[in-house]
Design a protein around this ligand. Structure first.
Ligand code: SAH
Ligand code: SF4
Length: 368
């Protein structure tokens, strides 16, 4: 197909609302362009501009003719979420509150470190699950984010950090964690599409080893995620018996610890014994005894694992307190003695409510 044929079908597009190209797969962009008689290589060129250079203006796509650029700008756009507010923590963490087109807000958190820069992204507005220690779970309004809104968080962070072109040797954004608002496996299709876009070699090109998906334990989707994506898996465990886990992480009533462990074992097999991360929030007097640590070691026996101990981050009226430092250190010691890495996660961005489990859109909070 030649470019000059595209003119014949311009009229077919006119008067339609602009289509957002962000969040579409390369195949979807190809098929859109094919509809106006544009050849496949144009999709690859546009993909490179979007995901390699971070371009949002078709007029900057200099390897495309002026006439075609003008057609593209009339009919398509390359979306970004808008920033509602930016919060800088003293420790370098930045929290962006983002406004989506329907007025909903989500949070994205940038956590710079000495060797790497991690972006924590959201997968839903709010969360339908109601883990008792989590602020996001108290938010009433919930909807899934589109693939465009998920990828958009990464694009916006890269804009803000001036981290274009992507995939450079000294890139700032080196890893992504799906640990923001929402349960990613309850929005599996959009999350999958977004991750595939983020991993694409001719674009942002972050490898599966640099992406971690955190889940409260949606068992059927854990298997799918292993088959389709093979990213790092983090499981929010928080308790070592069903009684307590039912209370802390109510989805456990549907998928209990045994089912969860089975799913994780097969995930570990699929991903070639890559380590699974267990997240364990330290709640004073609830799950933080030496016996709990021993039970945890027993439970995960045989699974290549790392245990992230997360000091509980308090939020207004939260029903728990964070464990004492001594209990956390003791807990970590027992796990390490059993041969597992057991980093205690230093809370980041607590002063701007950007730490784990503190996220909740301010706009919605005010309505409550
Ligand atoms: N819904 C997913 C991902 C988002 S939550 C999940 O639950 O895994 C990201 C992590 O923050 C989870 O491990 C969650 O249990 C933890 N978390 C939630 N509230 C917290 C709090 N108040 N303090 C510390 N960690 C918390
Ligand atoms: Fe949802 Fe995760 Fe919070 Fe539970 S911990 S309410 S699954 S965001």
């Amino acid at each position: 197909m030649e470019d000059n044929k595209f003119k014949t079908s311009i009229s077919s597009l006119e008067n339609n609302p602009k289509t957002n190209l962000l969040g579409l797969t390369k195949a979807e962009i190809k098929s859109l362009l094919n509809k106006i008689n544009l050849p496949n290589f144009r999709a690859s060129q546009i993909w490179n501009w979007i995901y390699r250079s971070g371009t949002i203006d078709f007029n900057e796509m200099t390897n495309i003719s002026k006439e075609l650029r003008s057609l593209l700008s009339k009919n398509f756009n390359i979306w970004r979420p808008k920033i509602s507010s930016t919060h800088h923590s003293q420790d370098g963490t930045i929290k962006w509150l983002l406004k989506l087109d329907d007025g909903n807000e989500v949070e994205t958190v940038w956590i710079p470190d000495e060797e790497r820069g991690t972006l924590c992204i959201s997968s839903q507005v709010g969360c339908t699950l109601t883990c008792k220690f989590c602020h996001t779970g108290t938010q009433r309004l919930v909807r899934n984010l589109s693939s465009s809104e998920i990828v958009g968080q990464v694009m916006l962070a890269m804009d803000q950090l001036k981290d274009w072109p992507s995939a450079s040797e000294n890139r700032l954004l080196t890893s992504i964690v799906l640990m923001g608002m929402g349960e990613p496996l309850f929005n599996y299709d959009n999350v999958k599409k977004a991750i595939e876009i983020i991993m694409d070699h001719s674009g942002i090109s972050l490898s599966r080893r640099r992406i971690t998906l955190s889940t409260s334990g949606i068992v059927p989707e854990i298997k799918k995620c292993g088959d389709d994506l093979g990213v790092n898996l983090a499981i929010s465990l928080h308790a070592t018996n069903d009684n307590l886990r039912n209370e802390l992480v109510p989805i456990n009533k549907k998928y209990d610890i045994k089912q969860l462990l089975d799913a994780v074992r097969s995930y570990a097999r699929i991903s070639n014994s890559r380590r699974v991360t267990w997240e364990y929030v330290m709640l004073k007097g609830v799950n933080d005894t030496a016996q709990d640590a021993k039970n945890l070691v027993k439970l995960i026996k045989g699974i290549p694992s790392k245990i992230n101990l997360i000091p509980f981050n308090e939020w207004p009226c939260s029903p728990y307190e964070c464990s004492e430092e001594d209990s956390i250190n003791n807990f970590a010691k027992i796990i390490m003695k059993a041969g597992y890495a057991s980093p205690i996660r230093t809370p980041r961005g607590r002063d701007v409510m950007a730490a784990c489990g503190q996220l909740k859109s301010l706009s919605i909070k005010q309505k409550n």
